[in-house]
Design a protein around this ligand. Structure first.
Ligand code: SF4
Length: 491
């Protein structure tokens, strides 16, 4: 097991969740651009905790600082912030979805191109990055990192077009995948969203300055106004005056990641006009309508299960109580767990509130089940606290397929719902009953009549295997991914 000092961080208690992607932030035209970027990244910390970076431009020079660790630890230093002067800045929080977490992979990446300095931060995954990288290397490109983001930079550097914007547009016609980009040149900050809009990106305003962020919660922390979502397949250029919008290519119907509403996004964010918190409550209400067990009490698995449990309690008219208390100071710390500590696992992070649970028929509500290891321990804990029955309700359909669009998913063989039926999972978790929200129920909670199988409104591939962007790289990546492709082909 690598130690944090070796450049790889380990999240002992979070390996039973799909891990969030990355966060991007950008601001143009503010005298304190880097400090606002640091605050924005702090609000977006939930999207990536392994590394963070900011590049700022002061009118003459670009200044960069990147490091492994949390935003507060890295950019809480006055000395570091003093080295990031400028009126424009972009920043990134990293959760490694491709490329190991090494300092050379920490974004934003920066390159001195023929037409000037260029910094780039990227959230998502390119599904043809391996193929493009191979072609670029054959043409003489020398890569310094293993991240997909550098592929963009090489495509821009080697493009035959004129301006940087034209070169970016040229590069974007060659990449496939799910991505939100924030880039910075000497005169502009540029935001781009992939044609299907799988990953989020929003536009905001603070006085005369304009901003980009992965989620609206990053605007709230600095008192900026949310203006609108960057549309799927849209590039927005901020260079003084009103933002300029460029449509990249003919857009197919959008397929935003539905898991953002279930778990990834912060509940106080608004995505595509929908409050994430309200969406989660609506999912909980739908879950109660679909499958309500005889029970005395609704208990959320904190923190991510709380809004859905509130919705469930509202619809079922059952009392809601915090039967499990979460220790917020454990979990995303950089501890190196010995086996003994790992075995304690869930008890370090969650503890049962015995007085609430004793003798009760409890409905536990959680957002999802990935490997099932944490769920099993939580059920055990609730039973040992004297609950007479434990019913589990899950605010997502069963996760049966990996994500290739910028989310860290275990291999299919590690996904409990890919290996077991709902009845088998219920037995394994030792619950009296188990139900997941149905796919149609999830879409109903999002305000639609149900899932249109011909033209689904969201990306829901981790529940359906219906991948909206082709998986070119899967064939050329590691053997784990290869086996996934084989399974997909034979499905
Ligand atoms: Fe989101 Fe799942 Fe689609 Fe990945 S596969 S983008 S996690 S809905």
């Amino acid at each position: 097991m690598p130690k944090p000092s070796e450049g790889v961080f380990y999240h002992p208690m979070d390996d039973d969740r799909l891990n969030e992607e990355c966060a991007v932030f950008g601001i143009h035209g503010h005298p304190d651009a880097a400090a606002h970027t640091a605050l924005g990244l702090h609000a977006l910390q939930h999207r990536g905790q392994e590394a963070t970076g900011i590049v700022a431009f002061d009118g003459t020079h670009f200044h960069a600082h990147r490091d492994l660790g949390l935003v507060g630890d890295i950019f809480g230093s006055e000395a570091v912030m003093a080295r990031l002067p400028g009126h424009s800045a972009i920043g990134h929080n990293r959760y490694a979805t491709s490329g190991a977490t090494l300092l050379r992979n920490v974004q934003p990446l920066f390159a001195d191109l023929a037409m000037g300095g260029f910094a780039l931060a990227h959230n998502g995954n390119l599904t043809n990055a391996t193929k493009l990288r191979r072609q670029l290397v054959e043409r003489g490109a020398i890569f310094q990192s293993t991240s997909d983001t550098e592929v963009f930079i090489h495509l821009i550097a080697t493009s035959s077009r004129g301006s940087l914007i034209e070169r970016m547009l040229d590069a974007l016609t060659q990449v496939e995948g799910a991505y939100s980009l924030v880039a910075m040149t000497a005169d502009s900050v540029i935001g781009v969203r992939d044609p299907l809009g799988v990953r989020p990106l929003v536009l905001g305003r603070l006085g005369d300055s304009w901003l980009f962020a992965s989620e609206t919660c990053a605007f709230d922390i600095i008192g900026a106004d949310f203006v609108r979502d960057v549309e799927p397949g849209e590039m927005i250029v901020l260079n003084g005056g009103e933002p300029q919008s460029i449509r990249l290519m003919t857009t197919q119907p959008p397929r935003f990641c539905i898991f953002e509403f279930i778990y990834f996004a912060r509940p106080d964010s608004v995505i595509a006009g929908t409050s994430v918190y309200e969406a989660r409550k609506a999912i909980g209400r739908e879950l109660a309508r679909e499958n309500l067990p005889p029970a005395d009490l609704v208990v959320p698995v904190p923190d991510s299960g709380v809004p859905a449990a509130l919705g469930f309690a509202e619809e079922s008219r059952l009392p809601f109580d915090l039967g499990i208390i979460r220790n917020h100071y454990v979990g995303r710390t950089f501890i190196e767990p010995g086996q003994e500590i790992r075995n304690l696992g869930v008890r370090l992070k969650h503890n049962a509130n015995r007085s609430m649970l004793k003798g009760k028929r409890v409905v536990l509500v959680d957002d999802s089940i990935v490997r099932g290891t944490t769920s099993r321990k939580i059920v055990q804990m609730v039973r040992m606290s004297g609950a007479s029955e434990v019913h589990m309700r899950i605010a997502s359909p069963p996760i049966t397929d990996p994500c290739f669009y910028g989310v860290d998913t275990p291999e299919r063989s590690q996904l409990m719902a890919a290996q077991m039926s709902v009845e088998e999972i219920a037995r394994h978790l030792d619950v009296d009953s188990l139900a997941f929200i149905s796919m149609d129920g999830l879409y109903r909670a999002m305000g639609l009549p149900g899932r249109d199988s011909q033209c689904p409104a969201f990306c829901d591939a981790c529940f359906t295997g219906d991948y909206p962007i082709r998986l070119i790289d899967v064939e050329s990546r590691d053997t784990a991914c290869l086996s996934v492709l084989t399974e997909l082909k034979s499905a």
